[in-house]
Design a protein around this ligand. Sequence first.
Ligand SMILES: Nc1ncnc2c1ncn2[C@@H]1O[C@H](COP(=O)(O)OP(=O)(O)OP(=O)(O)O)[C@@H](O)[C@H]1O
Ligand SMILES: [Mg+2]
Length: 444
Amino acid sequence: MKKGGYFVCESCGYESVKWFGRCPSCGAWNTAREVVIPQNERRKDVPQPAVLKSLKAEQKHERIQTGFSELDEALNGGLMAGQVVLLGGEPGVGKSSLALQICGHLAKRFKVLYVTAEESPEQVAYRSERFGFRSEDNIVVLSENDPEQVLNVLDSSYKFLVVDSLQAMYSERLGSYPGSVAQVRTAASLITERCKALSIPALLIAHITKSGEIAGPKMVEHLVDTVIYFEGETNTDFRILRIVKNRFGPSGEMCIFEMTESGLKQIDESLLIDVEEPPAGNCLSCVIEGSKPLVVQLQALVSKTRSVSPRRVSNGYDLTRLLMLIAILERQAHLPLESRDVYVNVMGGLKVTDTAADLAVACAIVSSLTEVSLGRAAAFGEISLDGRIRPVHRIRNRLDALNRVELDRILLPTGPDANEEGCVPLRDVRSLMNVLGVRRVDSN
Ligand SMILES: Nc1ncnc2c1ncn2[C@@H]1O[C@H](COP(=O)(O)OP(=O)(O)OP(=O)(O)O)[C@@H](O)[C@H]1O
Ligand SMILES: [Mg+2]
């Protein structure tokens, strides 16, 4: 091996001890960059293993609150000492805002370090003024993009660290350009290692690629304890935070924020629905994203197609699943959808992955097609290819969440919980027309 170095593919992160012209992993040309490993002295001390029961377990009460109760709940109680969190999201979604607001909250008790490599310290000061904590003494801003310089400043007097952003960190020693695999990886590992050693929780802000993944090597996601994605439609103020990996709690948790002039605010989910006199094509549902039941509003618009093949468009609900549902409704419920365009939308720019939303999407489609409103109704249940409405998990939790909204009826799969007042148990999609009181739909 070449003394003190190895080669990394800039494109995919493939590593080799030898230089390569074409990456054997991704096939890209001229992407090999040398990574120089600092020549440390060989360790002479012998590692000391310890018997498991002699170790002190990390306690739940040692968590640090972020100032956002929903985020703390999603993080299983808050941040642990030394917990390194990677926060990824599209440009302008509000990553820096969230990080600065957490700093503003923590600064009431601790000294925090905000490393800004993308914006000037003045921009950070301007934002803190907008958020109303300009006068905090405990927020220290460092305008720096060399990770080693950050380590020179970071000491145990700080109780929280923000790095904005990881892709802007740049070490001249590595020779490759900012944002490259080697740079991102080196910055992430140096900072993570130091935060662990000093037990400082940290938030590392990361860019995402066009396909929506955190830019840089996948290894960075393995390195950190928690990976959070911050999502939001640019045309709405709603922002959704999803925890996709968490070493200190369950993953899949989510919470919803609203972007306002004074920063991000946690919102009550009732803002995402509209129950007053819903027109045809609307149906509420209760989905479980992570561990939390969330009431969402599904909308469908079915209109006569003007092109050769009908259009199917989905916002927030899986398009493949929508195509499958349309085929089921055509075949099993004999609905004339082949000559109609179908648009589906989840209100508030939310993305729904729970298959329990199937029944609400089907209800919204049938309601729009027949132009008959479902009234104040909600529906949940998974639809199988044979048209049956299948039970989903945690029916009780879903009913409890929906009972907090004033509804006339809840459509759900047959089962022991489906006999309550207001519940309408359904066996298959053929019964949807009966629910709406419609006999048949004209195929024209
Ligand atoms: N005065 C304001 N009132 C309301 N919202 C604002 C105001 N100023 C900025 N914003 C919102 O803040 C967003 C920018 O937030 P922020 O800079 O935290 O995003 P970011 O994810 O860090 O972006 P980048 O990736 O570009 O650094 C804007 O897109 C806008 O929605
Ligand atoms: Mg930013």
